[in-house]
Design a protein around this ligand. Sequence first.
Ligand code: PMP
Length: 311
Amino acid sequence: MTRIFNFSAGPATLPEQVIEQIADELLEYKQSGVSIMEMGHRRPEYLEVVTHAERDLRDLLAVPDNYKVLFLPGGARVQFAMLPMNLFGKSAKADYVLTGFWGETAYHEAQKYGDIAIAASSKQDDYLTIPSRESWQIRDDAAYLHYTDNETLTGIEFHDIPSSVPVPLVTDMTSSLLTKPMDISQFGVVYAGAQKNAGIAGLGIVIIREDLLEQALPIVPSVYDYKFEAEQQSLYSTPPTFAWYVSGLVFAWLKANGGIEGFYQRNCQRSQALYDIIDASDFYLNTIPKSVRSRANVTFQFKQENLEALF
Ligand code: PMP
């Protein structure tokens, strides 16, 4: 068997030890007589899996006690719609900072549910920069301000949490969750699809401050009602049981192998090594300013003259 170096953004590489553990446990999960794939989601063995998964994620990110952690079906695009549905009960307004394709997509989805404004955008720079915090226009009555922590396609990352945001801060960390320490207390909501750094496809992770659980629109589907799902321990509908189990294994592996600080150091070294090669190359190119280059995922283009020579 040859496992290749898989640089795909997502679904992305899983730790080999996690895959081996899955293989070991697949036919029968811990003398339960069934595979984890066949196990009822309310069985004590499964409840133990999800309890450990939440505890480990909370430990890894130091999630404060006044935050709920939800594990919901589907990926990040589901949350593009569920955020406004869950947060627009008091004010159906939200402001979005656009730094690339994913922020723009989240912004368009939210427009179906209320009055959405662009607080700042780097579109005029082909999304190759991050607008300075001073330029952001945030409305006092916005239900939240949304930004994309790491724009996966271009490889642009916020290296600091935006400061002095007067409304709840919401961020899409689909490609950067668990890659660096984050002060969760600075946020109203942090969300991510699991398939990049936190497991496999099919699961969305939402970390939400408790006081924001009171402002859902009546139309929000029960299965995505953040307050209701918090009360139900994310078990109202049959959850993506296998995906949640895999996330639990990934969290345990991260904890056992250096925790978030350790992985952050490795991500810095690994991304720098790749950027050094790209910057020294005659063939590859990265035009993102160094101050906002992603440490979570490295992108590159081909130099125009090389492309012309090829075709
Ligand atoms: N946000 C970001 C930053 C992403 O990278 C992606 C997927 N590449 C998405 C959202 C969409 O995620 P999903 O496919 O889970 O809906």
